[in-house]
Design a binder for this molecule. Structure first.
Ligand code: GTR
Length: 420
């Protein structure tokens, strides 16, 4: 017997909730697989059975059918300090930029990691770790931060039009990285340019860290760019673990949009991340695919053919045939907290679908004796639902704003203090 959660029309769990005005009729009836039961199996009721049988089976299905299998063995990592400013940001931060050199198969890939630690603190601080879209130099305006020499995405908001980074873009992304706010809470910020790990375009998987594995034939389940980014986040953790810049037991992984998809994947793969924050990650991230609202699989796989593995493309316009949905992916982070954020105008990412993934991960958290989200009522704009997990939606557009950071920093602050 296979248990399915049937959801009719809008949202079962939130039927009396303040639904978004554009939602409802556009969402077809759909059913969700039970996170406690692998396809073809029986539901389990104990944590032991879930951890030993169900969790590995789901994880392997997500690897084979969606994100791809990471073939990351045999990579040598060396870490070197490239630049240091002990008095950065008006004396608030000790800034380091370190080079992570990844070597395999006679090939080398360098990833530059920016580490900003608060000056006031006399002990290693917790840290937020996340990838940026266009270079470390866009996060903080400091003349010593390296400018990426390779491809960067064209972005009108940064004035990049020729896929080349320059000093004119220094600090231009700082609205997404409110470093003063982060540091003032006694938290470190660690970031790297995603394109150092794998440039965000479809090049047939020859550049970036995929290039280190050019000796391995690719197949339908070979890793894509999101898996490469997630793997890169783990290598950043390796480097942090080998140094005493931050407190490795209190590290959150954070990402916005496509980096929010990568952050969630990193959180599933690497349990060293004690909190997992996925901001407006939408389709292929936190949002349920079967709601078919906003971005659909066909669109994401056509516009970004390099993000997922080839097998995932076979589900284009066949969302209901996926063996899983994203609530199960979220549940693979358990028992660690997952924090998801949406923006009211960000229909493309399907805010309710992001909320419902977190809500329907509850059965797994319950196996751990934890209340994931306390209820399934979708909050109104600038509202939140907080339990062991956390969801918020704010007014406005698709972005990672200071408001979002404040929510995540506050939650993380209390979580880490309680764990002290
Ligand atoms: C969009 C894409 C989304 C989201 C977003 C982003 O174009 O369709 O899945 O990832 O980009 O990363 O900003």
């Amino acid at each position: 017997m296979h248990t399915l959660l049937i959801i009719t029309g809008i949202v079962m769990a939130a039927s009396n909730a303040s639904a978004l005005p554009y939602d409802g009729a556009q969402v077809p009836d759909y059913s969700l697989p039970d996170p406690l039961q692998i396809p073809g199996g029986n539901p389990v009721s104990t944590l032991d059975a879930w951890e030993s049988l169900v969790k590995p089976a789901w994880r392997s299905l997500f690897e084979q059918e969606m994100y791809g299998i990471i073939p990351a063995e045999g990579v040598r990592l060396t870490v070197d300090l490239a630049y240091e400013n002990p008095n950065a940001i008006d004396g608030l931060a000790h800034l380091r930029e370190v080079r992570l050199r990844l070597e395999r198969n006679g090939k080398v890939q360098d990833v530059y990691m920016l580490v900003l630690t608060p000056k006031q603190s006399d002990r290693a601080t917790p840290a937020f770790v996340g990838l940026n879209f266009a270079g470390n130099h866009t996060v903080v305006d400091d003349p010593g931060i390296r400018i990426p020499s390779g491809w960067v995405p064209n972005r009108r908001d940064l004035g990049i039009e020729d896929n080349r980074a320059s000093s004119a873009h220094r600090g231009k992304m700082n609205r997404r990285w409110p470093v003063r706010q982060i540091l003032s809470r006694g938290v470190s910020l660690v970031t790297a340019y995603s394109g150092d790990i794998d440039p965000d375009f479809d090049d047939g998987f020859t550049n970036g860290v995929h290039g280190l594995f050019s000796d391995r034939p690719r197949d339908r389940s070979s890793w894509g760019t999101l898996a490469a980014w997630a793997w890169g986040l783990s290598r950043m953790m390796d480097a942090l673990e080998d140094h005493s810049w931050v407190d490795i037991s209190r590290v959150a992984v954070i990402g916005h949009s496509r980096m929010g998809k990568a952050a969630l994947l990193a959180g599933v793969i690497d349990s060293r991340f004690s909190l997992v924050i996925s901001n407006q990650s939408g389709c292929g991230g936190a949002a349920l695919s079967r709601r078919r609202f906003g971005e659909r699989l066909k669109q994401i796989n056509s516009n970004f053919p390099h993000w997922f593995c080839e097998a995932f493309h076979t589900y284009n316009a066949r969302e209901s045939e996926l063996p899983f949905d994203q609530h199960i992916f979220v549940s693979l982070v358990a028992p660690r907290p997952v924090l998801i954020g949406s923006a009211e105008e960000d229909r493309w990412a399907d805010p309710q679908g992001e909320f419902l993934s977190l809500y329907h991960a509850n059965p797994v958290y319950r196996l751990y004796g934890l209340e994931g989200l306390p209820h399934g009522q979708f909050p109104t704009a600038n509202g939140e639902v907080a339990g062991h997990n956390f969801y918020h939606i704010r007014e406005g557009r698709h972005d990672l704003t200071e408001y979002d950071w404040v929510q995540y920093l506050s939650f993380a602050g209390s979580f880490w203090n309680e764990a002290d």
